[in-house]
Unconditional design. Sequence first.
Length: 487
Amino acid sequence: MAEFKYKFQMYRHLQQNAQKIYAEAKKTAEDLGITGDLKGHIGLTGAISGCPAPLRKSVLEASEKGAKEVIPLARLVDEIREIVKDVYGDEYDACPVNTCEGGLWVTFDTLFSPPLTGRGDKYRSRYIVPLEKHMHHQAGYGRPFPPKYKEMLAERGCTAGEFGFSGKRLDNLDVVIVPLEGAQYPNHGIKYFPVPLLTKVDPEASLEVIAATADVHAADLAGFASLGYDTPGYGYGVKDENGTPVLQKGLGELAKEFDVPYVVDNAWGLPFVGHDPRKSGASVIVYSMDKATGSATSGLIIGREDVMVPIRRALGMHGDRYGTTASYGKAAYVILDPGKEALLTQIQVLKELRDNPSFYTSQVDQLYEIVTSEFAQAHPKLRQGLKISKSYNSMTVEVNYEDTWKDGMGFPIFSIEDMYAGSHLLQVGLAQMGIIATIAYDANIFISPGQGTCDDDGNLIPDKMRLAVKGLVALMEIVGRYSGFLA
C-alpha cells in the first residue's frame, strides 16, 4: 500500500478507491452473515435523527391507549412537568416540543435574542460557545464572531442561503466562538475541513480563556451554551468528584457570575439519568426524546422555573391571559407543538427513567462489554490507538481514535462535512454493508442499542448488536488498509 507524505494525499487516495472499499465491505458483510432480513435492519445506533428506532412495547402501548381517550393536551403537559419536578424539585419546570432543534430555537430566541418591539433602534446581543463538535446546533443561531468562523456552517445541509443554516440565525444575535485549550483543530477528511479533536481538553485553562472572552463582551453578553455530553471525545472527560464535567460546571458558574442563562444542548441524552442541571448549573437543557430515551419523535426543554416562563409563554403553554397555571393556546412558537401521541410517549419514558433507571444503564453495561471485546480482536495498530468509554447520559459507548495520530499518520478522520457530502467512507460503507450507521466523524464513534438490536421490550439482543459491531470493526480495517495506516 502506498505511503503518503501529506494528509490530503491520503484522503485523495481514499476518494479514488471509494468504490473498491465499498465492494470489499459488501463482500465482508456477506461473509459475516449480514444478509436477508438482517441487511438494512440492524444498526449501530438507536438515536439517529433520520431513522428513529422502533418504539418499545411499553411506549407503544401507552400511545395506543391514550390515543383512544379524550385527554386535554394541557393535562398531558402538566403530567410531564410533575414528573420533572419529582426528580429535580419544584424550582424546575418543563415544556415539550416537536423536535430538539425546535427546542433550541425557541430557547435561544426567548433567552438570547434582543427584543423586536419598543421604540428606538434594536441593539445586538451575543452568546458564547466553546469550539466543539456539532456546532451547527448550539452555535447556529447567531452570526459568528470572530469573522473567521462565518462560513464554518455553510455546507451542513442540503440548502444554502436564507433557507439553509444561515437562515437559522436570529435577529441581531451574535455567537462568540472560543477554541478550547488543549484541543486540536486540524484539517481532515475527503471533504477537507477543520475537525475538533477534544480528548486532551484542559477544562480549567479553557475556562480562563472563556472568562476573559466574557469580560471583553460583557456589555452585550446574553448567555453561554454548550453540549451536554460527558465523554472524552466531546471534550468532557475531566470530571469533578460528583461526576460532573468540569468544563460544563465552570460554564454554569460563569453564567451565574454574569447573571445570564447557560443553555445545554443534550440532544443525545437521558433526562434524570444523565446531565444533572443541579450539579452543572445549567439554566436550560434541551433533549431529543426520540434518541436515547426511545419516545416518539419530539423534544423536551427542562430548566429553572424563572427562565422557563418566557419559553413556555412563547409556546402558548404558560397559562391563559385571564389566569390559569397552564394552557394550550396560540403564541409565536405554537408551530413547535409536539402533538398528543408524542406527549403520551414522553410521559411513559419519563416515568421509566424516574422509576427504573437501571433499565437504561444496564443496556450500556452490556453494550460496553460487546464493543470492547470486539475491538480487542481488531488489528493491533488500530486497537492501540483507541479510547473506549461508556456514557449513561447518552446511553452509548464511545470509540475515539484520535491517538492513532499520536506518532504520525493515523486512521482516517472524516469531517462532519464528509457526512453531508456523502464522502464519509465509514458511514457510507456501513450502509453498503446493510448496517444502519451512527455518527462517526471527528475521530469519534457513538454506538448505542435500539436499531434492530433490541427486542420489543427494549432489551439488548447481544448477537445482533455484536454482529453490527463486527461489521464496523471489519470496515475500519478495510479503510485502514486502503489509507496505508494498516499494513
